[in-house]
Design a protein around this ligand. Structure first.
Ligand code: GTP
Length: 171
């Protein structure tokens, strides 16, 4: 039939980057949480939106849970990396986590698309997607399609555009 196959998309980023808020926009209403509480320990969130199965986790905690989250890399067909564009203090930490994701053999050896949400675009101190792509050295990613998109996870601005780009790359 015409039904498209299902795909697994990983949603990663530091704590407080806005992953849970962002994912709420794609959740079925009955799953939507109004209060988003900070993740304690290693927490994996999974749900289905259209033909996309989202698996989200955060990369904080000095990589204490790295071996747990890296386990999800081999089964994903796309990655969403969420950055708090206004968190200049942890910018380098976010870059390091993205870099470690990109050099993981389960990611590095496959041409899977990487979508970066430059989230919290509404905050005054937020860096632009152009500045973030320079700081993150995204032009060095040559073996995969990548895209950076400004977003406001609270209002939903930029989210559909980004996810559409990602799914277009997969299908
Ligand atoms: P953990 O649950 O700790 O892993 O964090 P998370 O990445 O899921 O972030 P979360 O969605 O909990 O958002 C953290 C805080 O940032 C919350 O207070 C959100 O309301 C806020 N936030 C998320 N996205 C935006 C945004 O685009 N703009 C603004 N101004 N605030 C945002």
């Amino acid at each position: 039939g015409w039904r498209k196959r299902e795909v697994n998309v990983l949603v990663a980023g530091l704590d407080n980057s806005g992953k849970s808020t962002l994912l709420n926009h794609f959740k079925p209403d009955e799953y939507r949480t109004t209060d988003v509480v900070p993740t304690i320990g290693f927490n994996v969130e999974k749900f289905q939106y259209k033909n996309i199965s989202f698996t989200a986790f955060d990369m904080s905690g000095q990589g204490r849970y790295r071996n747990l989250w890296e386990h999800y890399y081999k089964d994903c067909q796309g990655v969403i990396f969420v950055v708090d564009s206004s968190d200049r203090l942890r910018f380098v930490v976010a870059k390091d986590e993205l870099d470690s994701l990109l050099i993981n053999p389960d990611v590095a050896t496959r041409a899977i698309p990487i979508l970066i949400f430059a989230n919290k675009m509404d905050v005054k101190e937020a860096m632009s997607p152009v500045r973030i792509s320079t700081a993150f050295e995204l032009e060095r990613i040559s073996s995969k399609p990548w895209h950076i998109c400004a977003s406001n996870a609270v209002t939903g601005e930029g989210l559909n555009e980004g996810v559409e780009w990602l799914t277009d790359q997969i299908w």
